[in-house]
Write a protein that binds this ligand. Structure first.
Ligand code: PLP
Length: 435
């Protein structure tokens, strides 16, 4: 007889902190036992008990084509048969970088790494090296991986020098990060007025999706571009989550490409690995050429550009065509409308917030009047309604992200059948959220 989720979770907890290798998987904010997954295909995941769920987590972003897309699996199998890791250059790495550059030409040079965390960490190091400055501006509620300098969360007031957002971050490191409220240009202007000559970079999620989805107000990213240029700081646009998910050229394709501007550096991840560990930092050639071995900024990785992982990423980008993006957009729109309809029918005040195909639900009457534009507004929503909503969905075989502060991820494999299953589960979930 197969083990239960509770049994395997208990065993995992005895040998792994919290039983998980990334905290949100532990269901801390919704409670209960996380299903331990045994397999995934298309829009569905199956747990160790043999229960199938329609999946709206999508491995937190990579599964744009759906899980275990046959072309990606085949590319991985073929690459694996040729060797798992060489620690030497391969042509697949160059092909993957060329595919990224084809979509985002202003990523003139690209360095492949294994995680988004490494990408943002490298971007900061580059920015400091190029400018000779030490401070970094980030926005409250934006997540850029677990880089010490970027774990700082909400600072109060303008240009607040952040306190450590995680134990174990030294005060010296935290003091080099200025945390500002998102979507607040006056705060950015004030930070530059006070600390301008010391600010190496502004780093921002292209469209934040790690405090729930909080899209930039129109013109916000362009204004960050203008202000960083005026003050000689670099703009780092973190597209680890949005890159090649919200469109062919990522969020930049929806904004910078149309408006004629680019950040100095991009970070990518998730989709470019197609489910295996690949991320990237890329951008201005002169900045990227600061990296070793041509420049003085050190950066390296035993598994960077791994042949199996890059094969998965390349196959994913090769298959992510206009049809895929249209399918994902349509599925997302249908789902947003269904969620809104169910919640409205159950009398639950809420705002549906979205950026491209990414979306999340903000509960509460405050949210309903205009949505949340920053982290403080997100925290003031009735996010406690999400737990019962989530568990009613899970009970009905729908796996939504186990936190109100995460985006919902749909894939090109979310067809009518998968969406219909979710729609059937929504009325009961909405009633649970109403209580
Ligand atoms: N940047 C953004 C915008 C992310 O969403 C994430 C991960 O969720 C990261 C960086 C970190 O990426 P990784 O988890 O691969 O280190």
């Amino acid at each position: 007889m197969s083990p239960t989720n509770a049994e395997v979770f208990a065993h995992a907890q005895s040998v792994i902190p919290g039983g998980v290798n990334s905290p949100v998987r532990a269901y801390g904010s919704v409670g209960g036992t996380p299903p331990f997954l045994a397999s995934a295909r298309g829009a569905y995941v199956t747990d160790v008990e043999g229960r199938e769920y329609v999946d709206l987590v999508g491995s937190w972003g990579p599964a744009l084509l759906g899980h275990a897309h046959p072309a990606v699996v085949e590319a991985v199998q073929q690459a694996a048969a040729r060797g798992l890791s060489f620690g030497a250059p391969t042509t697949t790495e160059t092909e993957l970088v060329a595919a990224i550059r084809h979509r985002v030409p202003s990523a003139e040079n690209v360095r492949l790494v294994s995680t988004g965390t490494e990408a943002t960490m490298t971007a900061l190091r580059l920015a400091r090296a190029v400018t000779g400055r030490d401070l970094v501006v980030k926005f409250a509620g934006c997540y850029h991986g677990h880089v010490d300098a970027l774990l700082a969360q909400a600072g109060s007031g303008l240009a607040t020098l952040a306190l450590p957002g995680s134990a174990g971050v030294s005060a010296a490191v935290a003091a080099e990060t200025i945390v500002l409220p998102y979507n607040d240009l006056a705060a950015v202007e004030a930070a530059f007025a006070e600390h301008g000559p010391r600010i190496a970079a502004v780093i921002t999620e292209a469209a934040p999706a790690n405090m729930g989805v909080v899209p930039p107000v129109p013109g916000y990213n362009a204004a960050l571009r203008r202000l960083t240029l005026e003050h000689g700081a670099l703009l780092i646009q973190d597209e680890v989550l949005t890159g090649f998910r919200v469109g062919f050229s990522g969020w930049w394709g929806l904004e910078g490409l149309r408006e004629g501007w680019s950040p100095d550096l991009f970070t990518f991840g998730k989709v470019i690995g197609g489910g295996l560990p690949v991320a990237a930092v890329g951008g201005r050639r002169d900045v990227m050429r600061m990296l070793a071995p041509v420049g003085p900024v050190y950066q390296a990785g035993t598994l960077s550009g791994n042949p199996v992982a890059t094969a998965a990423g390349l196959a994913t980008l090769q298959h992510a065509d206009a049809t895929v993006y249209r399918t994902v957009d349509e599925a997302s729109t249908r789902l947003r409308e269904a969620v809104t309809h169910a919640l409205a029918h159950a009398g639950v005040p809420h705002a549906m917030q979205w950026a491209g195909s990414l979306f999340s639900i903000m509960f509460g009457p405050g949210a309903a009047t205009g949505g949340a534009r920053d982290y403080a507004a997100v925290q003031a929503t009735e996010h406690w309604r999400y737990g019962p909503f989530f568990h009613a969905l899970l009970e009905a075989g729908v796996s939504a992200p186990p936190s109100p502060f995460e985006a919902w991820f749909v894939s090109a494999a979310h067809d009518d059948e998968a969406l219909s299953r979710i729609e059937a589960a929504l009325p009961a979930a909405a009633r649970a959220a109403a209580e």
